[in-house]
Write a protein that binds this ligand. Structure first.
Ligand code: SAM
Length: 250
């Protein structure tokens, strides 16, 4: 996948998160190709300014449309199926389902706003989708873009050593994931559940499913209401003492 990041702070992407761990390896192995574009390079005044005062008055500055639109237009047109995304607290809330949708594209163009945001006309001219990473306001879209890149990259075949772990992660079927344990078997008086040491794969699968259901019911009942549950799940929830008339999809 090719990912173009449009920003006035390219240095944020040049040393740090993208160079580390799973993402760093994915980039080295060319599974992800990152192209950082400095929006300032498309400003045409001597000060290379990318912001201006808002029409109508008020606090703060607004990102000027010309440099952003020109930066988008400067991108080569190849690279298969692509989507242009503006990072914005007013966008569609980013979640695992949206990460899976984005992972189907060959190319993501991520536009990072700053100041009070970008001139509205940028959205009309060259944005396919606005994405928010949550109901809070960041200083810029760069951190939000990194969040999207990380979540999407994990879903690209080959990026994780074990692709199944992306499929098994939290939010599979709309549920939180079951708890994990590793050695030692007893740590400060706390033991690993016996079933995980039983070697009985079916029993372990059922225990994990039950714990995923329990955890989701306790922590995120909103997710449970939308989760894909079958009759066995409903029975497990009932046995756990949770209300089973949840209206989930079968
Ligand atoms: N005045 C804007 C508003 O109220 O909607 C907020 C602008 S914010 C200070 C500057 C930039 O940070 C935005 O243009 C956007 O690119 C990015 N940003 C801030 N919060 C975000 C969020 N929750 N998700 C995605 N991007 C965000």
């Amino acid at each position: 996948m090719k990912i173009d990041i449009l920003t006035i702070f390219p240095e944020i992407f040049q040393s740090g998160y993208l160079q580390t761990g799973i993402l760093g390896k994915a980039i080295q192995r060319n599974l992800i190709n990152i192209n950082v574009v400095n929006i300032r390079d498309f400003a045409d005044d001597p000060h290379r300014s990318t912001d201006d005062r808002p029409y109508g008055g008020g606090e703060g500055m607004v990102m000027k449309p010309e440099p952003v639109v020109k930066a988008v237009e400067s991108l080569d047109k190849g690279g298969g199926k692509s989507i242009k995304v503006l990072m914005s607290p007013q966008g569609e809330k980013f979640d695992q389902a949206l990460a899976w949708q984005l992972a189907k594209y060959d190319r993501l163009v991520l536009i990072c706003g700053r100041y009070e945001g970008v001139d509205e006309r940028v959205k009309e001219l060259c944005v396919d989708k606005e994405i928010s990473i949550g109901d809070y306001v960041l200083s810029g879209g760069e951190l939000a873009a990194l969040v999207v890149i990380d979540a999407v990259a994990r879903l690209i075949p080959g990026v994780l050593g074990n692709y199944d772990s992306a499929v098994e992660d939290s939010f599979k079927d709309g549920l939180l994931e079951h708890p994990h344990y590793t050695r030692p078997r007893v740590f400060r008086g706390k033991s690993v559940p016996d079933v995980l040491l039983s070697g009985d794969h079916e029993k372990i699968r059922l225990w994990r499913r039950k714990e995923a259901l329990r955890r989701t019911a306790l922590r995120r009942p909103d997710l449970l209401a939308r989760a894909r549950l079958d009759e066995k799940d409903r029975k497990m929830l009932k046995d756990l003492g949770f209300e089973v008339n949840l209206g989930g999809k079968n």
